[in-house]
Write a protein that binds this ligand. Sequence first.
Ligand code: ADP
Length: 480
Amino acid sequence: MKKLKVLFVSSELSPFIKTGGLADVAGALPKELKKLVHDVRVVMPQYSQIPSKYIQNLEHLIHFRTRVVWRNEYVGVNKLDNKGIITYFIDNKSYFHRDNIYENEDKYLQFAYFCRAVLEMLPKINFKADIIHCNDWHTGPLSIMLKDNYQKYNFYKDIKTVYTIHNLRYQGVFSRRILEDVLGIDHKYWDLGVIEHDNCINYMKMGIEASDLITTVSNTYAKEIKTAEYGEGLDYVMRMNGDDLYGILNGISYKDNDPAVDNRIYSNYDIDNLEGKYENKIKLQEEMGLPQKADIPVIGLISRLVDQKGLDLIALVIDELMQEDIQLVMLGTGSFKYEEMFKEMSRLYPNKVAANIKYDATLAQKIYAGSDMFLMPSKFEPCGLGQLFSLRYGTIPIVRETGGLKDTIQSYNEVNGEGNGFSFTHYNEKDMLYTIKRAISFYYKREVWRKMVENAMKNDFSWTNSAERYIELYNKLLTD
Ligand code: ADP
């Protein structure tokens, strides 16, 4: 098999900067692809928020100027060996040294610049990629720029593009005027309907329409986004491009998330020695200021606090939920109403609810390890990683059956003892509450619960299978 050269393009990348699951994927998938003996490199913007311990180790490779329509812009390319993966950082302080990485008024310009800088960098660093793998709306313009502006040149002519949708909700929607002023691509694409949706420029649609192949992060989400209910207004685009759309489930790094050696958690454990898990629970209760009781089920919740995550269902049943003998440990930031909701819950029920309104990767790990259950009642969930981390740490997910949650969590079946979690179908607070209560009732059946924890820990949602599927798709593209 030919050794492939792949450039993975992402707006966030763990461990350098992370707001959600995309960073986990961009941090882990390239490593797995590389294990299959391919030359996989990654590129991201050099934000000012990247910790200095990484920045000080960057090697400056080159710098040049590029035209972003009428602007003549500086592009610095810096490089770091990230545990074997060559990672390039696109450096331009006026674009990427901002207070916030995404919420800027000129984000259309930031990411148009990023896409162009990535394309222009390739011949200059002499990396002739076979595949450029783009992710989410920030990289949507890259394929169309490649086709319209660059493929006339020999260096670029054979490059194929893959575009992965991690979340169709965030589309990058901007005024039509940026077509002339920012993107620098031919007007015909507007007329052809390739880049326009609702009379606006849509970066997500661009990526879908102009890339050679599209993937999304679970089979169920691949089906769902072809429907009006989940298609975020672009379901017609998904249906039209349906033949080129593949669902490949995300994985997580089983090496970097291993309860047997993880030094972020209180105590290590594995499937044959679950005592350590219960030590994590007691220590978590202590750190959270909750009563330290081994026999009260602890429910973890780690999430961006946005409507997608089903938090309004919790709002509707707070008092009933709090009648149960449970503890809820939540960690998350996001919309004001949900931050206030959890703060209020912890004020009203200080012995039952610990609200951690912040971003804290170490505490996240402690919650995955120290909880008995993990709640994820999402309205939609392209793949979801929280439930996968939970399984890895022997924590039983309670989820709504949507997207990747449906593809990874099998609801407990008391007849044959199979299942790695609890789930409900309809987006409805009563069904959620019933399912939480069902989980609690099995929690007290010690043998059943132990079996479920074992089932969860025996699951394999590492990247191995999914990485192979990506390679298959890359090869298919290059031979078609
Ligand atoms: P999404 O990408 O929609 O945010 P995922 O479940 O795919 O959802 O991924 C979320 C990732 O972000 C997980 O790794 C989760 O542990 C992490 N995460 C979310 N909120 C926080 C937080 N406040 N602190 C630490 N990690 C968080």
